[in-house]
Design a binder for this molecule. Structure first.
Ligand code: NAI
Length: 321
């Protein structure tokens, strides 16, 4: 049995923690002793509007439970917003140990129909937002010689979700960002990882059903045991993993973990052994590539889900592992 995970003395920022997953993470970190900056712009799932109520409500909940928290209402989507969010941690609590990049919006639509605004707004919040908050946070962590950074990715980015080209591209970009932040941060005691959560939140309202027109996608949704899945869809399931990943108990870095439907697993980008072109013959031809196609694509174990639902199809069989 491992020791209790404790955040006493730690200061954390959770972006987008006025609702859903972020709210759950913020409450859990505070319950375990962290002082938390509850950041939330308070707009809609599509990123329209703003309101202080979301962040303020979560701060009230944390305080009512005896925890310490402060609200911040800046948008992660601007550099000034990112600076102000990090400054809130320093101004109120004097340090910064943990950053969970969680704020997010979603705008669905067929690839060919996404407007420039649909694409830019989603990239601005997820990708630029992660840069805007993580850079000033990292500078502080680097000087302190300690940091835990968690990026919130998505199966939509790593596997694909029909009608989510903008969102998938944004989430996949965070994988590349995480890999380099972790690589550069390790010698300063900064660990960075990525969480692929799945939870029933207000995000579902924007998803609609239009993507059911995509045959392979509809097929895998039909094969997914939604009842099994929905029993394990509260944000708390993802929060257990998030809390571990930003704790002292976590020594992993540069890694990606999925928490969908009660299954916890590391997601690795796997390289097939592939085909080595023979020495001394120069570059191979396109025909040589075709001739060795099966070897080039030969799988090396694990699973390669073709979309987010395909990730869940095999899950009920994992019970008891
Ligand atoms: P949510 O809509 O309940 O929470 C997102 C929060 O981010 C909202 O409170 C919103 O006001 C805030 N936010 C949006 N734009 C912001 C900005 N510019 N600055 C500050 N705050 C902003 O949605 P949910 O589901 O809790 O999503 C949290 C994160 O998890 C998002 O990054 C989402 O993409 C990701 N995610 C969620 C999944 C799910 O199944 N719910 C699956 C995979 C990833």
């Amino acid at each position: 049995m491992s020791g209790a995970i404790d955040f006493a003395g730690r200061v954390a920022i959770v972006t987008g923690s006025g609702n859903g997953l972020g709210r759950s993470h913020a409450i859990e970190l505070a319950r375990r002793g962290a002082k938390v900056v509850v950041n939330d712009l308070g707009g809609s799932t599509r990123g329209i509007g703003a309101s202080a109520a979301a962040a303020d409500g979560v701060v009230e909940e944390i305080r009512a439970d005896g925890g310490e928290a402060v609200a911040n209402h800046d948008s992660v989507a601007t550099r000034e917003g990112g600076e102000a969010i990090v400054r809130a941690a320093i101004d109120h609590f004097g340090r910064l140990d943990i950053l969970i990049n969680n704020a997010g919006i979603i705008r669905t639509g067929r690839f060919e129909d996404l407007s420039e605004e649909d694409i830019r707004s989603v990239l601005d919040v997820h990708v630029m937002g992660a840069f805007n908050v993580t850079q000033p946070a990292y500078r502080i962590m680097r000087v302190a010689g300690y940091g835990r950074i968690l990026f919130t990715g998505s199966g939509s980015g790593m596997f694909g979700h029909a009608w989510g080209a903008n969102y998938g591209a944004a989430k996949a970009a965070l994988y590349g960002l995480m890999r380099v932040v972790a690589m550069e941060g390790e010698r300063f005691g900064i660990l960075a990882n990525m969480l692929l959560p799945v939870a029933a939140t207000r995000f579902g309202d924007e998803m609609g059903q239009g993507y059911m027109e995509v045959p392979s996608f509809a097929e895998d949704i039909a094969r997914t045991d939604m009842g099994f899945f929905m029993d394990r869809a509260s944000p708390a399931f993802a929060t257990a993993l998030a809390a571990h990943l930003v704790s002292d108990a976590c020594t992993a870095t540069q890694a990606t973990f999925t928490s969908g439907g009660g299954r916890y697993a590391e997601l690795r980008v796997a390289l097939c052994d592939g085909w080595l072109s023979p020495d001394g013959k120069g570059a191979p031809t396109a025909e040589d590539i075709a001739a060795h196609w099966d070897t080039i694509r030969e799988a090396v174990g694990g699973q390669s889900p073709r979309n987010v639902y395909d990730e869940f199809v095999s899950m009920p069989q994992l019970q008891g592992r």
